[in-house]
Design a protein around this ligand. Structure first.
Ligand SMILES: Nc1nc2c(ncn2[C@@H]2O[C@H](COP(=O)(O)OP(=O)(O)OP(=O)(O)O)[C@@H](O)[C@H]2O)c(=O)[nH]1
Ligand SMILES: Nc1nc2c(ncn2[C@@H]2O[C@H](COP(=O)(O)OP(=O)(O)OP(=O)(O)O)[C@@H](O)[C@H]2O)c(=O)[nH]1
Ligand SMILES: [Mg+2]
Ligand SMILES: [Mg+2]
Lengths: 276, 291
């Protein structure tokens, strides 16, 4: 949208298309366009780009509450969940690396005991990041692996435990129950755990991300989002629709396949990319 | 469902008043919303509803006994026709083994689908052979090796960390072993990654696959047309595999990808196990998209 343009009908149409193409979804898009139309009548002072960004930030929530943390000195447990292929394992590698760079001791639980070579894949990442790893055999009970990893993390004085889980589609009730059990087991082993439950969303996902957010939240108490693959052409507008509906904060953005390709969420950058 | 929405709009008109063009317009705007919620691309939606509007006005909705039903029928028929009337089979090579190349964005299901296809073909009495040409993703080769072991299908490992060399030598080894169908798994990549797309072009140029399958995650949103059209532009793929349709996504990406590339959706992935693959059914997909 050009900085000098007025907010007329033609521009609103162009903007609507840009927001839809960014996967905001028709509902949220209508809300934003309607709000802009109203504002344009009353407020001709604010620059157009600024106005659009402000309306989008209302949906996004400019100030995200900080991630929940345990009391000082206690182990922090982060459970990573999401559908198949979203980028959970890779994101854990990146997070572990970041935490290590900040001087932390990191333990990873290889609790995807189902998919072919999932454990091997995570082992490579743990090695690259300088993190410790607890694993079992393929087919082992995922909650048991997480439990063992938690014990080992405490014993070895780690400050963060990252738990990788198998990808699963949210409509599979038995797999969602498996996640519920994982959460309970972690909470019994360490009251308050898991402190963070991150839902990893593939940035190319469309409106199905809403269903993912709802059902994963129900099963495992998601309290943060990661949107991956934003180094592509997808804009990840679904994160706004999810935030608007469920209030979930976006914590991290994945911007590539390398170990450094993880950015903390920046509301201004994120929202501007949706309509530029 | 969309039928309910139409019944809602056109209900009051059965037998009493004549339905008007503005009623049709209201129904059309419901379709637009439904298709966008189903992740059909905005430009594809626009073209589609223009066609539907013309047909609805011209055909029989205005005079129909049950306009809601008539309208739904036009909609569903049109959708099915656009998705591709008949399921299309694999393009078998006339002479020599058939090479099938799997390509697509990261995490779409290429490796798993290569395994599933190998399994399906083996059950049909063919002699499949898998080539692991993803040298980038950690343990990608291990993943395909494990699948090959589960299926009893040979897997060719990378040579010199070089996907091109691997494809060429893998094909030679497959021929030596008398395989009749070679499935080449490649690394996921972005359509805007020049180097990685050039790598695929080079491999394609050298081994000349008779089938290039674009593997897409059914839950992909508006970005489907960007990825599909660029992969098509550079590789001229011959078919599409739509994965993770065992989820609850409406799968509008099927219509977007098909409209924008004209290529047939050949298979759908319906689960994580190696037997979870089927031929594509346009009628079932149409119903699903309409919700
Ligand atoms: N371009 C890009 N690719 C990514 C990003 N994050 C992950 N990937 C790629 O996406 C693919 C899937 O990543 P994984 O980490 O295996 O995903 P996952 O969620 O653990 O998958 P499952 O365990 O099979 O459910 C891999 O090829 C990754 O390299 C990202 O931010 N950008
Ligand atoms: N539920 C379900 N899961 C699937 C289907 N197809 C693939 N998957 C899962 O999706 C995830 C990604 O599959 P992969 O085969 O690793 O995908 P890929 O395209 O090879 O990924 P990259 O090589 O990283 O680009 C894995 O967890 C698979 O088990 C499907 O049809 N249904
Ligand atoms: Mg994983
Ligand atoms: Mg793969």
């Amino acid at each position: 949208a050009g900085v000098g343009r007025r907010l007329d009908a033609e521009l609103l149409e162009e903007l609507e298309e840009a927001l839809l193409v960014s996967d905001l979804g028709p509902d949220l898009c209508d809300t934003v366009i309607h709000a802009l139309r109203e504002r344009a009548k009353l407020d001709s002072g604010t620059g157009l780009a600024k106005m659009i960004e402000e309306e989008l930030l209302k949906a996004m929530g400019e100030r995200q509450q900080d991630a929940p943390r345990p009391p000082a000195g206690e182990l922090r447990v982060i459970l990573v969940v999401g559908v198949n292929g979203a980028g959970k394992t890779t994101t854990i590698g990146k997070l572990a690396h970041r935490l290590r760079e900040e001087g932390g001791q990191v333990m990873i639980a290889a609790a995807d005991t189902f998919r072919a070579a999932a454990i091997e894949q995570l082992e490579r990442w743990a090695e690259r990041a300088g993190a410790q790893l607890v694993k079992s055999k393929p087919g082992a009970d995922p909650a048991a692996v997480a439990y063992d990893a938690l014990g080992a993390a405490k014993a070895r004085g780690c400050d963060t435990l990252l738990v990788d889980t198998a990808g699963r589609l949210q409509n599979k009730k038995n797999l969602m129950q498996e996640l519920e059990k994982m959460g309970r087991v972690l909470g019994r082993a360490l009251p308050g755990a898991p402190h963070e439950v991150l839902l990893v969303l593939d940035g190319t996902t469309g409106q199905n991300a809403l269903s993912q957010a709802r059902l994963f939240s129900e099963a495992s108490g998601v309290n943060g989002l990661v949107v991956t693959k934003l180094d592509g052409t997808a804009r990840g507008g679904i994160a706004l629709a999810i935030h608007r509906e469920l209030g979930l904060p976006l914590r991290w953005v994945g911007t590539g396949e390398g170990i450094d390709d993880l950015q903390p969420f920046d509301a201004g950058l994120y929202t501007r990319a949706l309509f530029e | 469902s969309i039928q309910d929405r139409f019944d809602g709009i056109l209900r009051g008109l059965k037998g009493t008043a004549k339905i008007s063009e503005s009623n049709i317009e209201e129904a059309v705007s419901q379709i637009r919303r439904a298709l966008l919620e189903a992740d059909v691309n905005i430009k594809v939606v626009r073209t589609f509803i223009n066609d539907v509007r013309e047909e609805a006005k011209g055909e029989g909705v205005l005079k129909a006994v049950s306009p809601g039903q008539q309208f739904t029928k036009i909609l569903s028929d049109k959708l099915q026709e656009l998705l591709g009337g008949q399921a299309e089979p694999i393009r078998w090579n006339r002479e020599g083994p058939t090479v099938i190349m799997m390509v697509g964005l990261q995490g779409s299901g290429k490796t798993t689908s290569a395994g599933k296809l190998a399994g399906m073909l083996k059950k049909k009495g063919r002699k499949p052979f898998l080539i692991a040409a993803d040298v980038y993703r950690p343990a990608a080769v291990d993943q395909l090796v494990v699948l090959g072991e589960q299926l009893g299908v040979p897997v060719f490992r990378p040579i010199d960390d070089d996907p091109f060399k691997t494809a060429v030598e893998g094909l030679a080894e497959a021929k030596r072993q008398g395989a009749d169908t070679i499935l080449l798994d490649t690394a996921g990549r972005l359509h805007i990654d020049e180097g990685m797309m050039a790598e695929l072009e080079a491999i394609r140029g050298e081994i000349q696959p008779s089938e290039i399958l674009f593997v897409a995650d059914a839950m992909i949103g508006q970005d489907a047309v960007n990825a599909a059209s660029e992969f098509d532009r550079r590789l001229a793929f011959t078919g599409v595999v739509l994965t993770k349709l065992d989820g609850d996504t409406r799968g509008g990406s099927a219509l977007s990808i098909r409209s924008v590339t004209g290529k047939p959706i050949k298979f759908v992935g319906l689960g994580e196990k190696l037997d979870a693959i089927e031929q594509f059914h346009p009628d079932r997909m149409a119903q699903r998209i309409l919700g």
